[in-house]
Design a binder for this molecule. Sequence first.
Ligand code: SF4
Length: 378
Amino acid sequence: MQILKKTKMNALKVARNLGPLGVVEILRKKKVTGRGGAGFPVAKKWKFAMDTDSDVKYLICNADEGEPGTFKDKFIMLKNPKTMIEGIIIAAETIGVKNVYFYLRGEYLNLREGLEKEIKSMLKKSESDASIEIVMGAGAYICGEETAIIKSIEGYRGQPYCKPPFPPKAGLWEKPTVVNNVETFVHIAQSLYFDDYNTNLRLFSISGCVKKPGIYEALSGESLTKVISKAKPTNKPKAIYFGCFGGCKPYKEMKLTAKNICGDDCVHGAATLIITDDKTSAVDMAYIISKFFTYESCGKCTPCREGNIQVLLLLKKLRAGEATKEDYELLKELSLHVQETSLCGLGQTSTKHITTGIKYFESEFTDLIKEDGTGKEE
Ligand code: SF4
């Protein structure tokens, strides 16, 4: 696997020889993009911060991997932490950062001690004058969102805020701040050192109805069937959920490109593939995922906070066979309303699993409505 290849401080040597502008040029040429989900070009993000005249800049490593079914960052922190830390040091020296914050998911507390040791040893070996401080998240899914991380590190409740200003211009304590994901830092180091570095390799987190859930590396554009066959589906797959926020699609052969998946109503995100089979009801999936989002909504804006509760109650009614046709229509309307009016990405994607579930598996939802529209007969 490319992601496990170690740069052994050689990438840092290359970066120091090239200087900041040379590093940015390589990242631009090799098309290194963020791996947290948005896929923004790394060179462009760094340049925004580098071009500010602020003396103080910050760097945050986003290790708050909370998306259900996604565990690629945990895999990297366990299997190739040195290359990740080398990427962080390169980023700090290139952007001109003295203080780096490593924001670690609260549930990954068991990784903290090992990471602290590695960070200490890597900083010593590199003789870098940057500091890297681990900040533990408190278990909130929303703190994977960059503005919520910033608020959390500042000591406030981890809630997103409206952009602009974008963090590379004004972020942590209103200073230019670059937020990159764990996997991105590995790509940064590898792209500088390995001639055969391939930016199109992606890490897929595969789980659900499979015998071998895990991390699988494959080229973007690879066949879906080929990628999921490595995880050995237990039965013929019925649907693929792209994490909880990404919506679902019926299983059929396709090329796994961001464009193919994001082209209409799904979100590619962090390459998460949750497989379901015929024994898994689309309504049950909708209910379980809705429970998750109702719990994880940070509560800042009304459509997400209240809308998700109402959506969950409607799904509960539907599963109990008590939903009318009006309830069902309301469920569809409210799901769209939450997507269209919520403040941040969490709310905007929190009902994708319902709108896509209904789009592709509508009969499973409508079968639970009694024919006369008053509720299902016991
Ligand atoms: S959309 Fe949800 S998570 Fe995002 S700010 Fe609003 S309440 Fe918070």
